[in-house]
Design a binder for this molecule. Sequence first.
Ligand code: 13P
Ligand code: SF4
Length: 301
Amino acid sequence: WDTFVEDIRAIEALKRERNAVILAHNYQTPEIFHCVADIRGDSLALAREAQETDADVIVMAGVHFMAETAKMLNPASTVLIPDMQAGCSLADSITGRDVRLLRERHPGVPVVSYVNTSAEVKAESDMCCTSGNAKRVVESLGTDRVIMIPDEYLARNIEAETGIKMITWAGHCEVHERFTPDEIARMRADNPGLVVIAHPECPPEVVAASDFSGSTAMMDDFVRERSGSRILLVTECSMSDNLAIKYPQTSFVRPCNMCPHMKRITLANIRHALETMTHEVTLDPELSSRGRRAVERMLAV
Ligand code: 13P
Ligand code: SF4
């Protein structure tokens, strides 16, 4: 506990000294999320805030693609990530070359890439999306087919919602692919009246077994409206921990599928990042401006 308090005090002092802000994703552990973060949210909110901030330094308490997106949208700032190995199974599943091959195979079909991709993949895409705006983004294109990469399940879930045919890629989130409808049925049997909320990175049969599906920010909104309920969040463990602190009158059933990448970020390495100004995320300017176009088109929807 003493080490936590010492780290928190040191981080607060370093933020003032460096004119730095800490952006924390909803899957960060409570001591990061509630004690040192200046901005908290889903991938969409973090991208918007990264673009808006006038801080000199952005520390991304999240994974590498989020830091790259922040750098794309705010090239003048210094973007730090406390651990360069904080990756994502979706971002690792596809390369820029794969996107070029998909385009050759499906000429004229627009490419929508999830923000959970590298800068190189964003640079090959027409538009990005997050789980918070995927439906609006694909509908804004006005086409009957979309190449939606790399999350196969997100694409299938959006296809079911919109009726637009998705050409998919076999990328999966290593956390959300592990949930099953049987697990949800067991939890419902053990907890009468349970409200089940699934992230759209879950397989379609898991989303179908749930009462609501949405991004982590949409989950927060949904829980706020159902204050006092018993809730199962079919997503990464820290989401329930953070919302349980925010909404103490609501009870959460907590199966725990942890994202090992998100969990690489700690108070200790955030402090180290600010002390040493490492690890800086840099991007090739040409790649960055092509990727930014796709992200900005998304933000304009
Ligand atoms: P959100 O945009 O819903 O926060 O999702 C990001 C993510 O990595 C989910 O696994
Ligand atoms: Fe990637 Fe899944 Fe971790 Fe999100 S939870 S960062 S999609 S591996």
